[in-house]
Design a protein around this ligand. Structure first.
Ligand code: UDP
Length: 387
């Protein structure tokens, strides 16, 4: 069969690879001049630093098959994401704290020397708002689990900047990504497997795409008319874009990066968040710290600003509020009537997906497609559970 994968990010590359290995002829197109989608990494010519061009990407997963899959194409070296945040303590003094909120953060913030059980009792009995039984909003979730002081220092301002909205209008699920720990474990993620590709994500994705059955065409915007030549399309572009935005645009947040260089070590860590609303950026990333096994004198940093995504901007975070979900439901209805196309990935299904989940779904999608072919059935539209 002739297969078209629209988008040379993780979804398009993994699906393309699986189908090429099964003997299909695959074309992967991307409007950008590089593969890798928003995972794209590029070595800076002046400093030699591997730059995460569209912001930091840290690979972490509990999915052993996905971990084996990425390790098949690239060596993953140990990397632990230890995030810091600059904010005000209850006395109004600016300090650097450890994230996610852990025993060190709690003791430093409140000027205490609590042991784990004492800290647990202090937060749950003296700080947490136990009158909130079932937190529904981001704000309720924070007040319920860490209380007002920690919420205001670390989450409120950051979230207003990140989402352009007050946390009382955002779902609790966003905060559930972040744990609270009553020990000194400052690893941002809790997953069994964690690491960074030795030569960057783009090198890994290039190897995934390196198969005689795959042709990659870059710098070519996809046109719906072009789909007619193919037996099936795996579309990882924006869902609303497939339909020419005919019902309106699904809302995203986009990011602006203010790049700067520095001689030496600018901030001593990869990610420094800024909890105060008055600091206009959400965080500064210093990219050489994402490759701790490398040594570079020079440094490349990004100041990260979040804002509403306009036509022509790079979409990052799907907003998925009530209004967006209603529009999404309408697009899903249209998508389910389409034939010969599967909507995949972060943009194709309008969900904020971590890289491991994207690969898991791409593998499942390719398997489902191949199984349907074997049975002589029509290819399924991979479009469930997205609303
Ligand atoms: N968040 C926050 N303060 C921080 C870091 C995160 O309030 O210092 C909130 C913010 O709303 C963010 C969410 O927690 O959108 C999830 O954080 P995560 O680090 O997973 O965001 P990502 O790195 O994916 O942007």
């Amino acid at each position: 069969m002739k297969i078209l994968c629209v988008g040379a990010g993780l979804s398009g590359a993994v699906i393309g690879r699986q189908l090429a290995e099964a003997g299909h002829s695959v074309t992967v197109v991307d409007a950008r001049s590089h593969i890798g989608g928003n995972c794209h990494t590029e070595r800076d010519a002046d400093t030699g630093v591997m730059v995460h061009v569209y912001g930091p990407h840290i690979f972490h997963t509990d999915d052993a098959e996905v971990w084996d899959y990425v390790n098949r194409f690239e060596t993953f070296l140990p990397y632990k994401n230890r995030v810091k945040t600059t904010s005000l303590d209850p006395g109004g003094k600016r300090q650097v704290f450890s994230l996610p909120v852990n025993l060190h953060t709690i003791n430093q913030f409140f000027g205490k020397t609590l042991r784990p059980e004492e800290a647990h009792a202090f937060i749950t009995e003296e700080q947490a708002d136990t009158s909130i039984e079932t937190p529904e909003t981001f704000e309720e979730q924070a007040l319920r689990f860490v209380g007002k002081d920690l919420y205001e220092a670390f989450f409120k301002g950051y979230t207003i900047k990140q989402w352009g909205m007050h946390p009382s209008g955002l779902p609790a699920s966003i905060l559930k990504r972040l744990p609270v720990r009553f020990n000194y474990d400052d690893n941002y993620f809790f997953h069994q497997f964690q690491g960074m590709p030795e030569n960057g994500y783009t090198a890994m994705i290039a190897k995934i795409l390196d198969h005689p059955g795959i042709t990659v065409t870059l710098g070519t915007a996809f046109e719906r008319a072009g789909a007619a030549e193919y037996d099936h399309v795996f579309y990882s572009g924006p869902l609303d874009g497939w339909f020419g935005y005919e019902l309106g645009r699904l809302g995203y947040r986009t990011l602006d990066f203010e790049r700067f260089t520095h001689q030496g070590d600018y901030q001593g860590c990869a990610v420094m968040n800024y909890g105060e609303e008055t600091v206009p950026y959400t965080r500064i990333t210093e990219h050489k710290h994402f490759s701790p096994w490398e040594n570079h004198e020079g440094s490349v940093c990004y100041r990260e600003f979040s804002r509403a995504c306009e036509p022509g901007d790079v979409p990052y975070y799907p907003i998925r509020q009530v209004k967006e979900k209603a529009l999404l439901a309408e697009y899903v209805r249209l998508a389910q009537q389409e034939e010969g196309v599967s909507f995949v990935g972060r943009l194709g299904t309008y969900r904020y997906l971590d890289m491991d989940v994207t690969i898991r779904e791409a593998l499942d999608c390719a398997r489902g497609f191949l199984a349907a072919q074997e049975q002589g059935g029509t290819a399924p539209v991979f479009f469930t559970d997205v609303i």
